[in-house]
Design a protein around this ligand. Sequence first.
Ligand SMILES: [Zn+2]
Length: 324
Amino acid sequence: MKCKSLAAVALAALSISCGKSQAGRNGADTGAEADVQPQPAAEVSFDADSAYAYVARQVEFGPRVPGSTAHRQCGEWLASELRRHGAEVTVQEATLTAFDGTQLPARNIIGSFNPQAAERILLLAHWDTRPWADNDPDRTNHSKPVPGADDGASGTGVLLEIARQLSLSDNKPGVDILFTDAEDYGTDGDDESWALGTRYFVQNRPEGVTYRGAILLDMVGGKNAQFRREYFSQQYAPQLVDAVWAAAGMAGEGALFSNELGGAITDDHVELIKGGIPAIDIITFDPANGFPPYWHTVNDDMSNISAKTLGSVGRVMMTYLNNI
Ligand SMILES: [Zn+2]
């Protein structure tokens, strides 16, 4: 994903407002405000070490660049893990065209819990990794792939652990876990080149399903992570941001979830918003310093990943799910 310039934000806000008004007509962007009641949360279960192991396992496959062997193998493993945890799994296969004309063999992997529930929550993370470490201070690394421990594997790892927790729960909410592909094959200055898998999902979304909201986890495993209210999330799904931030307070993780406004990030959630699904992005981004220094470099590896951060995010998500 990329952070947008302020000029780009103004343009994007205009274009997205079309999607927002459509959402309003569908009534799809309502109902999140009463999600979390201001009462003490019951203890939630989330195993940070298990989430960490899920992140490490993805990194072990190698960079998950669409078209690579590591990508194919990791995709099969992700689907099998969701099945093992009792999800009803749907795999959307598509050949997506990248900005440079490359044909990307892409798979969106969807695991549904309590599939009978008509009103659902969508939890998503991208599982592909960027083919080029083009933010690396060493230019000779720009043509090398990003290991994607934080940028890709962290959100996916937290969601796999949530899937495992849901498999152990008697009272499952209607949750779809979506691992999106081809998020990070984009190029500077072309917003349409990012989040290709999510755009495909929006165009081919499951029939008869209403998503009351969507929560994207991206770069949620860093040692010094801080989650601010991302611009588009706050602009287009403020009630859902409030509900998740309230869950953070209930889970005792208020220090990690800051009320400051974060950056405006071109990421999977923007495609969902355009498609009428109220969506938010939980992402590490500091308006003063940008993304963490390892972002889009060859150093986005396990040395930057903290089980503590993964556990905090996971507990916030489980608290949110327990209170909807
Ligand atoms: Zn990225």
